[in-house]
Design a protein around this ligand. Structure first.
Ligand code: F6P
Length: 369
């Protein structure tokens, strides 16, 4: 405990996901009960640090939050202190400024010695300037997308798969009744983890992931073949980041104020139109969207969040600096904080789940199906 901080700040940045409250609870209770530290909750991610909005967290504040979705601290995915939109210019374009020093002043005024930053790659990139200026930062990775390099699993992913699978199961019965092709678009950015796992769990007939660009002809032949053999409906589970081999991803919008400005979305509708136009089969689209980020975390995400939060505090108590908590081979461990900033953990083409899905007849929209 020699180099351990006495007062720590905790924030949640980027998109929310189920399990954030489990981490906040574990961090706060471990800090107070095991190490006698004080905990300050920073509101709305880095925005709260920029605007000096924070408040002490007691054990009572984090009692009864384990099962709650979202984050009791609030979050923001548009507030990078080193590139913060302070207003608009004459053309209505955002004007950016580096407000890192202002944030450091707020930390010093509150005598916060260390930060626990719960976020994804964008939030961790925002954290680097603080570590470089001597603030001890412990990162805890989160996202429903499960695409962060360095960790085998992020909390939130299993709950999102659960939610998407439930939706796909429900789509199944209406698809069968109406003899339709049902295209269901799921989240995941450039990685197909959610589509692959929810698609397999729900027995989707076609699974389309960004890692395997699809051939429309192949998908149409597959669903027509099913129709000819008496299976008069098909379920297509498609990642928002999927694209045809001959085309581009569909971008829903660009947010220049976000550390990760591209928002994908719309490929499901495009594919449904293409299938209907090519096959004449009646086709509908459902976009699951943010429903995948909501709701109570499943038990394994509560457990993972609790273990991540506890490990973050063990690191601080041991005087460790600038580490990122991760899960590797089933163990909770830690790596250098900077490790997550580059690259995305995509689904490998030799993932055993792809082979297992192909073996039960799932089409991935490519010729090896
Ligand atoms: O990273 C989590 C995620 O839900 C992605 O799957 C999705 O592409 C993105 O965030 C949506 O972001 P926003 O909440 O800004 O629309």
């Amino acid at each position: 405990m020699t180099n351990a901080p006495r007062r720590i700040g905790v924030l949640t940045g980027g998109g929310d996901c189920p399990g954030l409250n489990a981490v906040i609870r574990a961090v706060t209770k471990t800090a107070i009960f095991d190490y006698g530290m004080e905990v300050i909750g920073i509101e709305d991610g880095y925005r709260g640090l920029i605007e000096n909005r924070m408040h002490p967290l007691t054990s009572l504040d984090v009692s009864n939050i384990l099962t709650r979705g979202g984050t009791i601290l609030g979050t923001c995915n548009r507030s990078n202190p080193s590139h913060f939109a302070t207003g608009l210019d004459d053309n209505g374009q955002p004007v950016f400024a580096d407000v890192t020093e202002q944030c450091i002043r707020h930390l010093r005024e509150r005598q916060i010695d260390a930060l626990v930053v719960i976020g994804g790659d964008g939030t961790m990139a925002c954290t680097r300037p603080f570590a470089e200026r001597g603030i001890n930062c412990i990162g805890v990775p989160k996202t429903i997308d499960n695409d962060l390099p360095g960790t085998d699993l992020t909390f939130g992913f299993t709950t999102a798969v659960d939610t998407a699978t439930d939706a796909l199961d429900r789509i199944h019965s209406t698809a069968a009744s109406h003899h339709r092709v049902m295209v269901v678009e799921v989240m995941g950015r450039n990685a197909g983890w959610i589509a692959l796992h929810a698609g397999v769990a729900s027995g989707s007939d076609v699974i389309l992931v960004p890692e395997i660009p699809y051939d429309l002809r192949c998908i149409c032949e597959f669903v027509e073949d099913r129709s000819r053999h008496g299976k008069r409906f098909s379920i297509v589970c498609i990642s928002e980041g999927a694209r045809p081999a001959t085309g581009e991803q569909v971008v829903a919008r660009i947010d220049p104020t976000s550390p990760d400005p591209v928002r994908l979305g719309g490929i499901g509708e495009k594919l449904a139109d293409d299938i209907a136009a090519t096959t004449g089969l009646e086709t509908r689209t459902t976009v699951l969207g943010h429903v995948q980020r909501g709701g109570s975390p499943v038990p394994s995400d509560r457990v993972l969040g609790t273990r991540f939060g506890h490990h973050a505090l063990e690191l601080l108590a041991a005087g460790e600096r600038n580490r990122l908590v991760v899960q590797r081979d089933g163990e909770i461990t830690d790596i250098d904080l900077g490790s997550m900033e580059t690259g995305q953990r995509l689904v490998p083409l030799d993932d055993p789940l792809i082979a297992a899905a192909r073996a039960v007849g799932t089409c991935f929209g490519d010729t090896s199906a």
